[in-house]
Design a protein around this ligand. Structure first.
Ligand code: SAM
Length: 243
C-alpha cells in the first residue's frame, strides 16, 4: 500500500489504513490530530487512493501537464526527489515509458531519491542517491538515451527544520544545483519543473532560470495546499550555456 505524502515529509500511512483503523485521537499530540483530520477530509488524498497513485502530489503534476503539455510520448524524463513515486507514475503514463500504447513512441523515466523507492514497471529508480551529487549526474548520463533528458522534474524538498527562512534557503540552494544537472543532461529546448518554498531568495532562482530558459512561469496547482509556501517554476526552452 502506498504512502500518503504530505507537504514536507512523506508519511507512510495509507488512507485505507486510516479508514479501517478507528482513529484514536486521544493520546496524540494536537499536531498529529490536525494532520490525521486533514488527511481524512482531503479530496486529493481520496482521489490518489482511488486512482492508485502513491501520493496526492500526483495531482499537482497532472494539472501542470494538462495545462502546459510538457510530457509527450517518447520523451526522456528525470524525476528528482521521486519518493514515494507518484510523479514518476504520472510521467510513466504520459511519456509511454512502459510501452502501454504500442502505437506511440516509448519514453524513459528515471527517478532519484535519497530514500528507497518501491519498484514501478517502466521506471528506473535510483534509490539512496543524492541528486546534488556529481556522481549521480554521471550515473544519469550513462542511463539516459543519448545521455540526454527532455524534461527535468523536481518535487524534492529537504526535511523541514521548522525554521521557515532556513528551509526556504536550503530548498532554493537545492534547486540551484538543478542548473548544474541541466547543463549536463538537458537537451536544448528542454523543460524544468521545480518546486520551491516562496521567500526572499526566490527571485535569485528565478533570475538564474531566466538566464538559461526562454520562458519561466510561476505555478500554484490546486492540489498544492493554499496555506503552504509551495510554488513551482516551470522553465521552458532551455538554452545550453556556451562554454
Ligand atoms: C515531497 S517528496 C516528493 C514526492 C514525489 N514527487 C511523489 O510524487 O511521490 C520530496 C522528496 O525529495 C527527496 N529529496 C530531498 N533531498 C533530496 C536530494 N538531495 N536528492 C534526492 N532526493 C531528495 C526526499 O527524500 C523526499 O522523498
Amino acid at each position: 500500500m502506498w504512502g500518503v505524502c504530505v507537504q514536507r515529509r512523506c508519511v507512510h500511512s495509507s488512507l485505507s489504513l486510516l479508514k479501517k483503523t478507528p482513529i484514536r485521537l486521544k493520546g496524540r499530540s494536537p499536531a498529529e490530530q490536525r494532520w490525521l483530520q486533514r488527511q481524512i477530509s482531503d479530496p486529493f488524498v481520496k482521489a490518489a487512493h482511488v486512482h492508485s497513485f502513491r501520493c496526492r502530489s500526483a495531482f499537482k503534476l497532472l494539472e501542470i501537464d494538462d495545462k502546459h503539455k510538457i510530457l509527450q510520448p517518447g520523451l526522456s524524463v528525470v524525476d528528482c526527489g521521486a519518493a514515494p513515486g507518484a510523479w514518476s507514475q504520472v510521467a510513466l503514463q504520459r511519456v509511454n515509458a512502459a510501452g502501454a500504447d504500442p502505437e506511440l513512441r516509448r519514453g524513459t523515466v528515471i527517478g532519484i531519491d535519497l530514500l528507497n523507492i518501491a519498484p514501478l514497471d517502466g521506471v528506473q529508480f535510483l534509490s539512496n542517491h543524492d541528486i546534488t551529487d556529481p556522481a549521480t549526474h554521471a550515473r544519469l548520463l550513462d542511463l539516459l538515451p543519448n545521455g540526454e533528458a527532455h524534461v527535468i522534474l523536481s518535487d524534492m524538498a529537504p526535511n523541514a527544520s521548522g525554521y521557515k527562512d532556513m528551509d526556504h534557503e536550503k530548498l532554493i540552494n537545492m534547486c540551484l544545483t538543478l542548473l548544474d544537472l541541466a547543463e549536463k543532461i538537458l537537451q536544448p529546448g528542454g523543460a524544468l519543473v521545480c518546486k520551491y518554498w516562496d521567500g526572499i531568495l526566490a527571485h535569485k532562482l528565478q533570475e538564474k532560470l531566466s538566464s538559461v530558459f526562454g520562458s519561466v512561469k510561476i505555478l500554484k496547482p490546486k492540489a498544492s495546499r493554499k496555506d503552504s509556501a509551495e510554488l513551482y517554476f516551470l522553465a521552458r526552452m532551455y538554452k545550453k550555456p556556451i562554454k
